[in-house]
Unconditional design. Structure first.
Length: 305
């Protein structure tokens, strides 16, 4: 599943190409990729055609493109699922990709004609037009290079339940610490709860916990203020380094808007290293079942206390 760095790489790649562009035409090649679009608000193609894209915005693993003109306070919301890709194309790019599900044809004032192809082999991802709501805290809806416009402090209704991520300038460290203090469940389970903190998936949770020597099942409420600060620092460091390297790519599904894979997998210290020596102490790393997936840790460095 793509996590925050992978989705942010896609957002930052899309932003200069789509911001200010008008959707000139829409091709829906597989309506299964519109499964989260509510038909009661209107036909997807009709709603989007003629709208101007104001920005490319992200919160956690969700992307959205605020629309202006014919659709104020609406946005195209995208979720990549397990294999979704949003690829920038020239208008004459061959249209024979059998996994292409939706195509947005754009007219950009500076770049001319462009195309965004939503490609999704497993069809767990989706696009939808969604209404925008004011953010609960009055802050910006999500991360974007553009912050001016009526849309900036709005968030799609499908994303409103998602918490801010640790790289968001408006993420509240004290609020996060207060939520941990009320939870007796394991710290990894809390890190994966998108209602508490967003954008941290299985890979980056394992990497962050290894960095601060925490057992995945260590009760969240047992962490004092210093340990919470250390954990947040590790999370931000891991996510930041993954962003620099373009995200983690274990197969051909995880690519940026130009189809290039990330390289952070070469820097992993914990995830996927079962049986290999811990980079810190040399003990063989272990893999343990966790919530229908796996946790990877060092049995010496990451003891439950």
């Amino acid at each position: 599943m793509p996590e925050l760095p992978e989705v942010e790489v896609v957002r930052s790649g899309l932003a200069p190409a789509v911001t200010g562009a008008v959707v000139s035409a829409v091709e829906v090649l597989d309506r299964r990729s519109l499964k989260r679009h509510d038909p009661l608000i209107g036909d997807f193609e009709r709603l989007v055609t003629g709208a101007r894209i104001a920005a490319a915005v992200r919160r956690g693993k969700f992307l959205w493109l605020p629309l202006e003109g014919v659709l104020d306070e609406r946005a195209i919301v995208g979720h990549l699922g397990m294999s979704g890709q949003m690829l920038l194309r020239t208008p004459d790019h061959p249209g024979d990709d059998r996994h292409a599900r939706v195509r947005l044809h754009l007219e950009h004032p500076a770049h001319g004609e462009l195309r965004v192809d939503f490609v999704d082999q497993r069809i767990f991802g989706s696009l939808a037009v969604d209404r925008m709501l004011p953010t609960a805290d009055g802050g910006f809806g999500g991360f974007s290079a553009a912050t001016t416009g009526e849309w900036a402090r709005l968030i799609p209704s499908q994303v409103a339940h998602i918490a801010r991520d640790p790289l968001d300038p408006e993420f509240a460290d004290d609020g996060f610490a207060a939520q941990l203090a009320r939870r007796g469940t394991g710290i990894k389970r809390v890190l994966l709860d998108q209602g508490i903190v967003s954008g941290i998936g299985n890979i980056y949770a394992d990497e962050s916990l290894w960095a601060v020597r925490l057992h995945p099942e260590q009760p969240a409420a047992s962490l004092g203020p210093r340990r919470v600060r250390e954990l947040l620092g590790a999370v931000r460091d891991v996510l930041g380094r993954a962003l620099t390297e373009g995200g983690t790519s274990f197969d051909a599904q995880y690519v940026n808007v130009n189809g290039a894979s990330g390289y952070f997998e070469h820097s992993l210290n914990a995830y996927g290293r079962a049986g290999k020596p811990c980079p810190r102490c040399g003990t063989a790393m272990v893999r343990e079942p966790f919530m229908n997936r796996s946790s990877h840790r060092c049995p010496k460095c990451q003891r439950k206390r």
